[in-house]
Design a binder for this molecule. Structure first.
Ligand code: ADP
Ligand code: MG
Length: 329
């Protein structure tokens, strides 16, 4: 069994959007030349501000958003834009997703045990007794009980609904779970309960997680390695400890300027006296018809002339640590 569960090489996702009545549609470049790998058993964090392409990238891994170019290796299957459906289905086996909004992703017409066992049903299991028993077992695993099995989803709180969504994801014994902002829609008071549940389950079932969030405190707490994304581009990947420690040590002089700005905005993680919050200035450019040069350049205080035209390229600056800034690291 390979140690690497996901490997993305120059992965791109574009959307054609029509902003004029005539002529060619514009191309919104939502993910551009993404390069990263996720290793078996780890939690890999993906951070970046809202709209930077995190969910699109997750959708590409789970194959509900088609990739435009580049290559993806998923569970040992090599996939490109033209790969047959059978290859995608084979690769996708063992991949599940948990979404931000358990309200929207669970159909209110079903009873809880039906919601939980639905992925098994879709996978071909139709023995109702078995489906019910597995749902009850899963309810126990996520801190609910058999008496919840026949209830309706709208009888539950947000945190409980997310527990149900987690039970549902687990029903088909996945190896890899993509958690797309799983706590963002919940009260802060239940964040840690859901995170601890995810950690317990990971240990119990040796799960691999892609944990997507814009909450850096959660990234620090939960992830082993991380990627930072800005407007469709992954600007830095590395071990979470190394990136955060580097910020604590010298204000992140060796980090990508965008990573540094992001980390400076979380005083609760590093309340270092004298360290300023970096306020990003400059205009935010648009991902529409955007190219390969650094998309952060218009907001970067260290931007040089060549940053505006040269394509960005990853550069290894330490063990496992890659930055796309040619000047820092
Ligand atoms: N189906 C779609 N069609 C057109 N544009 C889309 C579509 N889905 C996402 N986008 C655009 O892609 C960009 C990335 O969106 P998204 O992946 O949802 O970001 P995030 O999850 O980081 O908030 C945004 O500019 C968004 O408007
Ligand atoms: Mg999103």
């Amino acid at each position: 069994m390979s140690e690497i569960i996901v490997k993305a090489s120059d992965l791109c996702v574009d959307f054609d959007i029509r902003s004029r009545a005539f002529g060619k549609p514009d191309r919104l470049s939502a993910v551009r030349n993404a390069n990263f790998e996720i290793r078996r058993g780890e939690t890999f964090g993906l951070v970046g501000e809202s709209g930077c392409g995190k969910s699109t990238l997750a959708g590409a891994l789970a194959h509900f958003v088609p990739i435009s170019s580049g290559e993806l290796e998923l569970n040992g299957v090599r996939l490109t834009k033209n790969s047959p459906k059978a290859d995608w289905n084979k690769a996708r086996h063992g991949v599940q997703m948990i979404f931000q909004d358990p309200f929207g992703s669970l159909n209110p017409r079903f009873q809880v045990w039906q919601l939980i066992s639905e992925p098994m049903l879709l996978a071909g299991e139709d023995d109702e007794k078995l489906l019910y028993e597995r749902a009850v077992e899963l309810l126990g695993l996520v801190g609910l009980s058999e008496k919840d099995a026949g209830r309706n989803i709208f009888e539950f709180s947000g945190g409980q609904r997310q527990r149900i969504a987690i039970a549902r994801a687990l029903s088909v014994n996945p190896e890899f779970i993509i958690c797309d902002e799983p706590t963002s829609a919940l009260d802060v008071s239940v964040h840690s309960q859901i995170c601890n549940l995810l950690l317990d389950l990971q240990e119990k079932y040796s799960l691999t997680y892609l944990f997507i969030t814009h909450n850096l405190a959660l990234v620090r707490h939960l992830t082993d390695r991380m990627a930072v994304m800005y407007m469709g581009q992954i600007v830095e990947t590395g071990s979470t400890d190394e990136i955060f420690d580097s910020y604590a040590k010298d204000g992140g002089e060796s980090l990508h300027p965008y990573t540094r700005a992001l980390l400076s905005a979380i005083p609760e993680v590093y309340p270092t006296p004298g360290r300023e919050r970096i306020i990003l200035e400059g205009e935010v450019s648009s991902p529409i018809n955007a190219g390969d040069s650094c998309r952060f350049a218009p907001r970067c205080r260290y931007c040089r002339e060549e940053c505006k035209s040269a394509p960005i390229a990853g550069r290894e600056i330490g063990k496992d640590h890659v930055t796309c800034c040619p000047y820092f690291g």
